[in-house]
Ligand binder design. Structure first.
Ligand code: SAH
Length: 219
């Protein structure tokens, strides 16, 4: 069960969350503004209503998680989203990150490999508000060749390596933000595809994501 009521209490808690994100080093005001706006508790079971604005990850269906707000803010800040950019997201999950990108004005293409999550999300109450998000059931390692190239790619699951298809599907000048690592901890990386087709790599902080798995899951 979920609650779709955005009370003053929820708004107040969101304000506190944004203050905390600012203290933790998030500086992009556009990112903070959309986090202030989006009712994160809508993405969670009503049992989590009171804690939805703590800076923590939470379980959703199928053993997956909605990322911690700090992680969402951090990745989105690195992505430096501009209006009308075409952005590919790997790992739709709860759909929260894709709505953050859509609120920043991007054209979002998001892929989920778990059939159940993909189907369940079709009934999500906020979905009709964002015609600029397209949802796909598929394997993120393949990307979306039909819709490529993309200005930017964001991977929201732990990648053991940087999937070559995703680099191929980037425009020149495009960037991918991706947590890379085989163990429990991954390093956030930002790869830029330069005008000459070479890649430039930057390495940031450690995070802990659920694994990016190969293939689709139809069970
Ligand atoms: N962006 C999400 C975070 C979801 S957690 C949010 O805002 O809630 C990571 C998600 O990635 C999970 O739903 C998981 O099923 C999905 N995932 C893992 N490997 C994948 C792959 N190869 N392709 C697409 N999605 C994948």
């Amino acid at each position: 069960m979920r609650t779709y009521e955005d009370s003053y209490l929820h708004k107040g808690l969101r304000k506190q969350l944004v203050d905390l994100l600012r203290q933790k080093g998030i500086t992009d005001e556009r990112v903070l503004e959309v986090i202030l706006k989006i009712p994160r508790h809508y993405f969670l079971d009503s049992a989590f209503d009171k804690v939805a604005y703590e800076d923590r990850a939470f379980p959703i269906a199928e053993g997956q998680t909605i990322s911690q707000p700090y992680t969402v803010a951090y990745q989105t800040q690195l992505l430096d989203v501009k209006p009308y950019e075409k952005i590919l997201e790997i790992g739709t999950g709860s759909g929260y990150q894709s709505i953050v990108l859509a609120e920043l004005g991007a054209q979002v293409y998001t892929i989920e490999r778990q059939k159940k999550l993909f189907e369940e999300h079709k009934r999500f109450v906020l979905r009709h508000k964002y015609p600029n998000i397209k949802y796909f059931y598929g394997d993120g390692y393949e990307g979306l060749p039909t819709y490529a190239p993309f200005d930017k790619v964001i991977v929201t699951a732990a990648a053991p390596y940087i999937p070559p298809r995703l680099l191929e599907q980037l425009k020149k000048g495009g960037i991918i933000v991706i947590p890379v690592g085989k163990g429990d901890v991954q390093r956030m990386q930002r790869i830029t595809k330069k005008a000459d087709g070479e890649f430039q790599e930057e390495v940031f902080d450690n995070f802990s994501f659920v694994p990016m798995k190969e293939g689709k899951n139809n069970s």
